[in-house]
Write a protein that binds this ligand. Structure first.
Ligand SMILES: Cc1cc2nc3c(=O)[nH]c(=O)nc-3n(C[C@H](O)[C@H](O)[C@H](O)COP(=O)(O)OP(=O)(O)OC[C@H]3O[C@@H](n4cnc5c(N)ncnc54)[C@H](O)[C@@H]3O)c2cc1C
Ligand code: SF4
Length: 334
């Protein structure tokens, strides 16, 4: 498989990058590590006229703590995140998620956290070679009017399989999006559309600049299931956050449960999360109940498009959420 032709642009700094994005808009794509983008281009899923490389933008590569917030530049490598003491100690779920992404080669050589969040949704009916796809009628995402993953679907239900996004949503991250002349901040919870073709609520002239994580005196954990232990995407995953009460460290004051690889976006499960408020950190029945609610809440969003049967993936939501809750509870008690 060969890459289609494109112009390669290498701006020297953020300002130049935003100028280029503003000029070329829908004709360009940002190239960070390229481990998602170039694979899609080779498969003929995307043919941008120009690529804007972030190679020279060291200013977007950092991890720091400022005023109770962890700030990560979007071009920071997955490897830098994995090796950061700050992330290991205060954003455990993100550390655990990044450790699982792809393989050491993807983490160390190229993959960035920005590219991880913004990798395209996937579907095994669609993420195939041009030759494979030419043998059947086009689906919504390929410009047609049908969906192979859900009968009579009026839109694309391709699945978000980003480990990083699921973990970051669980720990309450928000994103700074920059464009020529301004910036805006959006909670990851509100960053997704309801269409797998354009999954992100972001304009083509915007650039993901920074990811911010509030330090909440809480502990988090991340669990995922994939066919292989490396070089594979999750077929279901869960990120959780447990915040103990200020007055009684054994009681849960607040919780967040997010399930990934089960829908067009990571799913923040409000009912399951709130079921844990006021419960004891050692209350296994409460964790089982939250995992059960998570399974029932996530099931309607999933379609058969990332491997494994739907029934199995739904059952595994229970397991991933329960295991992540147990792990976060142990971390709180330490
Ligand atoms: C074999 C294999 C296994 C993989 N396994 C996993 C896995 O287990 N879990 C997982 O989550 N991912 C997996 N991936 C996907 C991918 O490698 C990672 O998500 C990686 O972190 C993507 O980062 P990147 O810098 O290479 O992104 P790129 O490919 O450079 O970019 C991805 C997308 O984001 C856009 N983009 C990137 N940065 C910005 C920015 N700052 N502003 C605006 N747009 C931007 C690009 O235009 C592109 O559309 C796998 C990929 C491969 C090839
Ligand atoms: S979910 Fe349906 S429309 Fe979307 S890529 Fe898969 S088959 Fe195509």
């Amino acid at each position: 498989m060969r890459l289609p032709r494109f112009d390669y642009l290498e701006p020297a700094n953020l300002e130049e990058t935003l100028d280029l994005l503003s000029t070329h808009r829908d004709d360009v794509k940002i190239l960070a590590g390229g481990t998602d983008l170039l694979v899609r281009m080779k498969k003929g899923l995307l043919k941008p006229k120009k690529l804007i490389s972030l190679k020279a933008l060291d200013e977007l590569s950092y991890i720091k703590e400022e005023n109770g917030v962890i700030k990560i530049g979007s071009r920071t490598s997955l490897s830098d995140i994995i090796h950061s003491n700050l992330i290991q100690k205060k954003a455990e779920a993100l550390f655990q998620a990044c450790e699982k992404i792809g393989a050491v080669t993807i983490q160390h050589c190229r993959g960035t956290i920005g590219g991880n969040i913004l990798q395209d949704n996937r579907c095994h009916h669609y993420n195939q070679s041009e030759f494979h796809r030419s043998g059947r009628q086009a689906c919504h995402k390929d410009g047609g009017k049908i969906c192979y993953a859900r009968d009579e679907a009026d839109r694309c239900n391709s699945t978000c399989q980003s480990d990083g996004a699921t973990a970051l949503m669980a720990i309450g991250a928000n994103l700074t999006l920059a464009q020529k002349g301004g910036e805006r901040t959006v909670d990851l919870d509100n960053f997704y559309t309801t269409d797998g073709i354009m999954p992100f609520a972001m304009e083509s002239h915007e650039l993901l600049k920074e990811i911010a994580i509030p330090i909440q005196g809480a502990k988090s954990a991340y669990k995922r299931l994939a066919y292989r232990s490396a070089i594979d995407y999750p077929i279901v995953c869960a990120g959780v956050l447990l915040k103990p009460s200020d007055t009684d460290k054994n009681k849960i004051a607040d919780a967040r449960i997010v399930v990934g690889a089960m829908g067009r976006a990571p799913l923040f499960l409000a009912k399951a999360s709130s079921s844990l408020k006021g419960k004891n950190l050692t209350d296994k029945d409460a964790f089982k109940n939250a995992a059960d609610i998570s399974m029932n809440s996530a099931a309607p969003f999933a379609v058969h498009n990332v491997g494994a049967t739907l029934e199995y993936r739904c059952d595994m939501v229970f397991e991933m959420v329960f295991q992540a809750l147990e792990q976060a509870a142990i971390a709180v008690k330490k």
